[in-house]
Design a protein around this ligand. Structure first.
Ligand code: 3PG
Length: 215
């Protein structure tokens, strides 16, 4: 099914993270693959996607799909104010970062770009909370303590909900999603760099369908 085009509306981080159980984390090497990739994801029931700024083609890829009706494309791996400006200019409707800095927070505020910042420790979570971030990316999820860590911080930091990313897989995604302080998870398995390079759209669509069906 061909994707439609339409005017983008502003969306909150809560809406982005409530949209479905899994946000695909994308590394893309060829802008030309962006449209078929997104069509495969949307056919599989996913309409929120994070394209990481780790490849030269990431910004053109964001731009190529930014006007697709019903799709919310975020820019991931934001590391500087310049990244934020470029992401917004390319048409990203939200931003994601593996960590957080004052520069990033200010830049996202300045650009009115909804921001999902990363945290891995109670101090980082508390610091982001003091800036008003009640939804945070827990990264790198498995390496930073995984589900036991999220359970442990649920007591003292109970207002915060997380999108764990980094080491989340089809095998453990449901266990993360079962935690009360997990709103969604992120992961690259749905559309890995290799699957995109191979233009394996059928597999990506099937992965998206399976991910959408997670509890
Ligand atoms: C990332 O930013 O690379 C994400 O955390 C994806 O991690 P994954 O490849 O372990 O899903």
């Amino acid at each position: 099914m061909a994707a439609g085009w339409g005017v983008k509306v502003s969306i909150s981080v809560k809406e982005i993270c409530s949209n479905g159980p899994v946000i695909p984390v994308i590394e893309i090497d060829d802008e030309a693959n962006a449209l078929p990739l997104v069509e495969a994801l949307m056919a599989g029931g996913i309409n929120v996607v994070e394209i990481t700024l780790r490849t030269p083609q990431a910004l053109p890829a964001i731009k190529a799909v930014s006007q697709i009706k019903g799709l919310h494309v975020g820019a991931g791996t934001l590391l500087s104010a310049d990244d934020v400006k470029k992401a917004k200019a390319a048409g990203a409707t939200f931003g994601v970062s593996p960590g957080s800095t004052a520069e990033l927070i200010e830049a996202c505020e300045g650009e009115a770009l909804p921001f999902l910042p990363g945290a891995a420790t109670p101090s980082e979570v508390a610091n982001l909370k003091s800036h008003g971030f009640e939804i945070q990316k827990f990264f790198p999820a498995e390496a930073a303590g995984g589900r036991p860590m999220l359970k442990a911080i649920a007591g003292p930091l109970q207002e915060i909900t997380f999108c764990p990313t980094g080491g989340v897989s089809p095998e453990n995604a449901n266990d993360y999603l079962a935690l009360p302080n997990v709103i969604c998870v992120g992961g690259s398995w749905i559309a890995s760099r290799k699957l995109i390079k191979d233009q394996a759209w059928d597999i990506i669509e099937a992965n998206a369908k399976a991910a959408s069906a997670l509890a």
